[in-house]
Write a protein that binds this ligand. Structure first.
Ligand SMILES: [Zn+2]
Length: 386
């Protein structure tokens, strides 16, 4: 059966390569990935999947199901297909979508029990649909979730940072900056005080904490006291619980700035919050051994520095992994034009194929290997008591 899965995916390779390239050459930003979603679901429909669009209110989200008709585990492969402004698929999400679709189709061809599902998850870079999917319970039916991301090297699934996107909006009072400064309330000063206070806070946080911000509004003319200023921050930490504590302190910095300047403060979340990635080691071992079996020679331990991913939220509700596949150039850096260009190379195409095969083979193991799913679930339950 495993040989058949590999053959089925090999048989599809030209279609998969041109699909990845086509999405790569026509990048669509998060929430606008209509063409990309249509291309991916089109191929799934051709292979007998039932497709439902508009999941959790995301127009470009989809759930594709292939049901064997017999009871058994539900395997979930996660697709992403959003691009970045100006640099297109500089995070390689064109490959992620196609790897998930290729894996889903490959596994569906030998499915004797259970279900294989492919989830189209828009806007990973901004308003991650996986957050809503995890929160709203639509993943409750899933037994094991796999997403593979392209990278400079192949890495085992590891951790990611929990992240909150905080906006501090200050409202003050305009006045002539030279002739009536005493009548003004300076909203820009409040933003600057927020930065100064968080810079002081930085000395007293754990080494995994990251705080970085920008000023998106800071006044209109130097001779007018700014009455409206906005700063946006990302605050991150290795664990959600620790992050919640740091976020309280960062908010206090902004409140102190409001008190100091007399400006009014409005705090909001300008993007969805991501949780830290909770890798299921048993599922990860299964994936790694399948990846080796299809020719990946060097699987590195998880990377030591990382950002935040919405797969973190998925990993809090179902056993999940988020490994990386090297696409041929070890000097590549994510979120660059060079990364986007690299997704079109023959080396990237071969990596895509290996990843899709390892995903499908791992799904097959979860469905057919006695005791494997029980071990995965036991580990998952234990991981929630951290
Ligand atoms: Zn990415």
């Amino acid at each position: 059966m495993k040989t058949q899965i590999i053959q089925e995916i090999d048989y599809l390779q030209d279609i998969l390569f041109s699909l990845s390239d086509s999405i790569g050459h026509n990048p669509e930003l998060g929430m606008q990935e209509f063409q990309s979603a249509a291309k991916l679901t089109g191929l799934l429909r051709e292979h007998g999947f039932t497709v439902e669009m508009n999941i959790c209110g995301y127009e470009t989200a989809f759930k594709a199901v292939y049901d064997s008709g017999k009871t058994g585990p539900t395997i979930a492969f996660f697709a992403e297909y959003d691009a970045l402004p100006e640099i297109g698929h500089g995070c390689g999400h064109n490959m992620i979508g196609v790897m998930a679709v290729g894996a889903g189709i490959g596994l569906s061809k030998v499915l004797a029990a259970g279900r294989v599902t492919v989830w189209g998850t828009p806007a990973e870079e901004t308003m991650g649909a996986k957050v809503a999917m995890a929160r709203d319970g639509v993943l409750a039916e899933v037994d094991a979730a796999i997403l593979v991301h392209p990278h400079n090297k192949t890495y085992a699934s590891g951790v990611s940072l929990a992240m909150d996107a905080l906006q501090f909006e200050f409202k003050g009072q305009t006045s002539h900056a030279a002739s009536a400064p005493e009548k003004g309330i300076n909203a820009l000063d409040a933003v600057i005080q927020t930065f100064n206070a968080t810079n002081a806070l930085r000395q007293h946080v754990a080494s995994d904490v990251r705080i970085h911000g920008i000023i998106t509004k800071g006044g209109v003319a130097a001779n007018v006291v700014p009455d409206h200023a906005i700063a946006q921050f990302y605050v991150r930490a290795r664990r959600r619980k620790a992050l919640d504590e740091v976020v309280k302190k960062v908010k206090n910095c902004a409140q102190a700035a409001a008190l100091a300047t007399g400006a009014e403060l409005i705090i909001s979340n300008y993007q969805l919050s991501y949780d830290d990635m909770n890798t299921n080691q048993k599922l990860s071992e299964t994936f790694n051994s399948n990846l080796r079996a299809v020719g990946e020679t060097n699987i590195n331990p998880p990377p030591e520095t990382f950002g935040s991913i919405d797969m973190g939220n998925v990993s809090g509700v179902v056993p999940a992994i988020h490994p990386y596949i090297g696409i041929g150039d070890e000097t590549l850096v994510g979120h660059t034009a060079e990364m986007a260009a690299a997704t079109f190379t023959p080396a990237a195409h071969q990596a895509l194929l290996r990843a899709a095969k390892a995903m499908a083979l791992s799904g097959y193991d979860v469905i057919t290997k006695a005791g494997l799913l029980a071990e995965i679930k036991k580990e998952f339950c234990q991981s929630l008591i951290r």
